[in-house]
Design a protein around this ligand. Structure first.
Ligand SMILES: *[C@@H]1O[C@H](CO)[C@@H](O)[C@H](O)[C@H]1NC(C)=O
Ligand SMILES: *[C@@H]1O[C@H](CO)[C@@H](O)[C@H](O)[C@H]1NC(C)=O
Ligand SMILES: *[C@@H]1O[C@H](CO)[C@@H](O)[C@H](O)[C@H]1NC(C)=O
Length: 341
């Protein structure tokens, strides 16, 4: 009897093992699906927590359905994961920065610039699988669009008094410059290396490896390539890599202190303060043949192209289109768009 019992137990055990193996096979097949669902769930919890803990006045009912849940069946989402909206800068940076604490900050995204933000994403960020990026959004109404393209967003809860697209040196322009300075300084103070980029840009590849800012370099910046002979190089603050150290934080402190009373724009102020005390910060000026400004008529060798030196969004868009650096609205948009459930 005991022998028989042992035998049937043996059969049960073998049965269990075979059964579990079969179950594992099924689970293995389902694994990728489950992993996707898990990511959706985690991000959903995270975003919900972040938003509700930090941006109490956001109407979650309004923006909720636009960013969750969704299926992004594209290479960017596969490589970089599903992204969300962060209401707290520190969480956003910790979540998005690379393991060595480097992060691209792209902005500012508002109603006027959302096309440029999506274009940057689908033409320059997603094709090179640049995961360590945060788009700084200051206008809630653009969030549904950014989430349709799985763009990682830091939503800066600030009410802009000047809603119009900021013409150069208009009050709106000044207000937005101040926000950018503020966020940059905060990120540096939190210990992140920041690659601050405007949205009217095209990257032919991930620009980071081409930026030679090693030991003894505090920041690397785009050359505006418009200095008169014998003058200092004019620095373009639309593309700048900043190391988080005493020197750069102090530099931003000074800029912020003087920006409220300075009559010119923040780029002029940046140049003034950098050149006022040349020994205070060590900079690298990026070569304009590779980090090009908008005057370049044949940008085929540019790693980075900045559509500047033209006024107005339409002219910038036309410039990017002319060089085939504009894809938003074309079939290229389809590559990185997510399906909303
Ligand atoms: C968001 O901004 C509004 C308007 O300035 C303010 O009343 C509210 O307290 C802010 N919320 C948070 C969490 O900072
Ligand atoms: C900026 O202004 C504050 C307040 O006036 C001052 O304490 C600080 O030292 C200033 N920082 C710099 C770098 O000038
Ligand atoms: C220039 O910067 C250096 C290094 O931070 C500092 O020691 C020096 O006092 C500064 N000079 C002036 C005139 O501000």
């Amino acid at each position: 009897m005991a022998k028989c019992n042992r035998l049937s137990w043996g059969v049960v055990v073998i049965g269990l093992v075979v059964g579990m193996y079969a179950a594992l096979c099924v689970i293995y097949k389902l694994d990728s699906l489950l992993a996707k669902w898990e990511t959706v769930r985690e991000i959903s919890n995270f975003v919900h927590k972040t938003i509700s803990a930090n941006v109490v006045d956001i109407d979650i009912e309004t923006i909720g359905p636009n960013f969750l849940p969704r299926i992004c069946d594209n290479t960017y989402a596969t490589t970089c994961g599903l992204s969300g909206i962060f209401g707290d800068l520190r969480s956003a940076l910790e979540y998005q920065a690379s393991t060595d604490n480097v992060v691209f900050l792209a902005g500012l995204v508002d109603g006027g610039y959302v096309d440029f933000a999506v274009n940057l994403h689908i033409m320059s960020i997603a094709p090179h699988n640049i995961c360590n990026i945060l788009y700084i959004v200051i206008d809630k109404t653009t969030l549904s669009t950014t989430q349709q393209y799985n763009m990682p967003v830091y939503y800066h809860n600030i009410s802009i008094t000047n809603k119009v697209v900021g013409k150069y040196m208009s009050p709106a322009f000044r207000e937005k410059s101040k926000i950018k300075l503020d966020i940059t300084e905060m990120a540096l103070s939190m210990g992140f290396t920041v690659l601050l980029t405007d949205l009217d840009m095209f990257f032919r590849s991930n620009p980071l490896p081409s930026i030679a800012c090693g030991e003894g370099c505090d920041f690397a910046i785009q050359d505006n390539a418009n200095n008169k002979p014998g003058q200092d190089l004019q620095l373009n603050t639309g593309f700048i890599l900043l190391k988080p150290n005493q020197q750069t934080i102090h530099l931003y402190d000074e800029i912020m202190n003087e920006s409220s009373t300075f009559k010119d724009d923040d780029q002029v102020l940046f140049n003034k303060i950098v050149y006022r005390n040349r020994s205070a910060v060590k900079m690298v000026v990026l070569p304009p043949e590779k980090f090009c400004v908008g005057k370049k008529s044949n940008p085929s060798h540019c790693i980075v192209f900045h559509a500047n030196f033209v006024a107005g969004l339409q002219a910038k868009k036309a410039m990017l289109k002319r060089h085939k650096f504009w894809g938003y609205g074309s079939s290229k948009s389809e590559l990185y768009v997510c399906k909303m459930k």
